[in-house]
Design a binder for this molecule. Structure first.
Ligand code: NAD
Ligand code: TYD
Length: 340
């Protein structure tokens, strides 16, 4: 039985990845290390927490004791924990440095000491900065624009240094913008969907002509799993669907599907340092045998339906009720007590 440590497993992509691993690999068990920040929501792991192959350690990736406790018995690491929202990173760059830089360093060191066989760093296409024409290849220059993307790039450099200096078997993925169930409604897509459902304005930054590549979270998880198992150590893999849209087009598509008026679209002040476009070349991961299964239309349809059918989940978040929810959970279930 192989045990995999997944950091950030209570977040959006992390929770999907844990579910993916347990569903596709009966001989795999998973330890999640998660600090349960505002973005770490145990409900995202509904149906998993009672699985005997699942273990949860509540703790900080930058805390060596918590990491040592969590990594015990694991032969592979998938590192997803991050302060992942660009807008928050503009207000609190130090939070990104803590998790992306100190956290990644702590995890790399512990992974070396635990002799793990694979270390997957889940990075982002945002490390390239704006790609105004064509697509960035894995060899393109990194010019990150935000504290979020700069600290993700820093994490990559640290991982690379551990690969070169200490032979840690590091793999890196650079995924594009994900969509799917359980995405925290501060990110554009779930914010727009839930605002539209509540007949509230959809705030478009700047002129709305910024472009993103949209990847269904399940397709991203399939890529992470493939790279973790079959990727070449020391290699970086871009992951993107090739389905590129302007933000304004995404807003219009959401409103059309929900039968809501375009008058809900509201142009607001632009995000400082807002990257105009991201685009990645994906030949390398496709050669490994990956391709997206969802079209953007299908992905959007399914995602909108999930937010329609799971209103309690996002309404609780928007009402700020999770703080109280966790306080109760901590008191009721000792398994959730912070480790160390
Ligand atoms: P998320 O914000 O939904 O979840 C982050 C998780 O990390 C949360 O559960 C949070 O509690 C946990 N966490 C944060 N700081 C921590 C710390 N110091 N110690 C332990 N746990 C901590 O993020 P997401 O959107 O699921 O992104 C996951 C990863 O994928 C990130 O590394 C992100 O950079 C990367 N990524 C995201 C996207 C995207 O579109 N969302 C695209 C490409 C790559
Ligand atoms: P976001 O979901 O924050 O992802 P990222 O910045 O990491 O790509 O934003 C996606 C795009 O949507 C980005 O161009 C910023 C824009 N955006 C808005 O126009 N309005 C919003 O309220 C948000 C959150 C984002």
């Amino acid at each position: 039985m192989q045990r995999i440590l997944v950091t950030g497993g209570a977040g959006f992509i992390g929770s999907h990845f844990v579910r993916y691993l347990l569903r596709h690999h009966p001989a795999v068990s998973v330890t999640v290390l998660d600090k349960l920040t505002y973005a770490g929501i145990l409900e995202n792991l509904a149906g998993i927490r009672d699985d005997p192959r699942f273990r949860l350690v509540v703790g900080d990736v930058a805390d060596p004791d918590a990491v040592r406790n969590a990594i015990a018995g694991c032969s592979a690491v998938a590192h997803l924990a991050a302060e992942s929202h660009v807008d928050r990173s503009l207000m609190d760059p130090g939070g990104c440095v803590h998790t992306q830089v100190h956290g990644t360093l702590t995890l790399l060191q512990a992974s070396l000491e635990a002799h793990v066989e694979r270390f997957l760093l889940v990075s982002t296409d945002e490390v390239y900065g704006p790609v105004l024409e064509g697509s960035a290849s894995e060899e393109s220059l990194l010019r990150p624009s935000s504290p979020y993307s700069a600290t993700k790039a820093a994490a990559e450099h640290l991982a690379h240094a551990y690969a070169v200096t200490y032979d840690l078997p590091v793999l890196i993925t650079r995924g594009s913008n994900n969509l799917g169930p359980y995405q925290y409604p501060e990110k554009m897509l779930p914010l727009f969907i839930t605002n539209a459902l509540e007949d509230r304005p959809l705030p478009i930054y700047g002129d709305g002509h910024q472009r993103r590549d949209w990847l269904h979270v399940e397709d991203h998880c399939a890529a992470l799993d493939l790279v973790l198992r079959e990727g070449e150590p020391g290699t970086i893999y871009n992951v993107g669907s090739g389905e590129e849209r302007e933000n304004l087009a995404m807003a219009r598509a959401i409103l059309a599907r929900l039968g809501k008026p375009e008058t809900l679209i509201t142009f607001v002040q632009d995000r400082p340092g807002h990257d105009r476009r991201y685009s990645v070349a994906t030949e390398r991961i496709r050669t490994l045998g990956w391709q997206p299964r969802y079209s953007l239309d299908q992905a959007l349809e399914e995602t909108i339906r999930w937010y329609q059918e799971n209103q309690a989940w996002w309404k609780r978040i928007k009402a700020g009720e999770y703080q109280e929810y966790y306080r109760r959970m901590y008191l009721e279930r000792s398994v959730l007590a912070p480790s160390g």
